[in-house]
Design a protein. Structure first.
Length: 111
């Protein structure tokens, strides 16, 4: 049977881990917002008859729109969602562990 001291230390570490994950989630939101705000940059500079024109310019635009922009949107929509889901899952897991540790500590203190 673990001691109250060791359980308290595990509880402290789990609470720190939970706080770090929550902070990470908030930082990720800021990063995602910045990422979303900068989406238009992958299509710059705009090509015109004064800058660059012709088959090479058309090919370059195709790459930007169907390659770079689509990849950017994939990250913006799907990949951020996957990361948020994993963080939420881990937060829930840690919260359950914290509840279990608190219950164990309470039970030991009641003895």
């Amino acid at each position: 049977m673990p001691s109250i001291g060791s359980l308290m230390e595990r509880l402290r570490r789990k609470k720190e881990e939970l706080n770090r994950l929550k902070k990470c989630r908030e930082e990720l939101k800021v990063t995602q917002q910045s990422f979303t705000n900068n989406k238009n940059l992958c299509l710059l500079p705009e090509l015109s008859s004064q800058t660059w024109l012709g088959n090479w310019a058309d090919g370059f635009d195709d790459i930007r729109e169907s390659g770079i922009l689509e990849s950017y949107q994939e990250i913006e929509t799907k990949q951020f969602k996957v990361v948020y889901k994993e963080i939420a899952k881990k937060i829930e897991e840690i919260e359950k562990e914290i509840e279990e540790l608190e219950a164990q500590i309470e039970a030991l203190m009641a003895m």
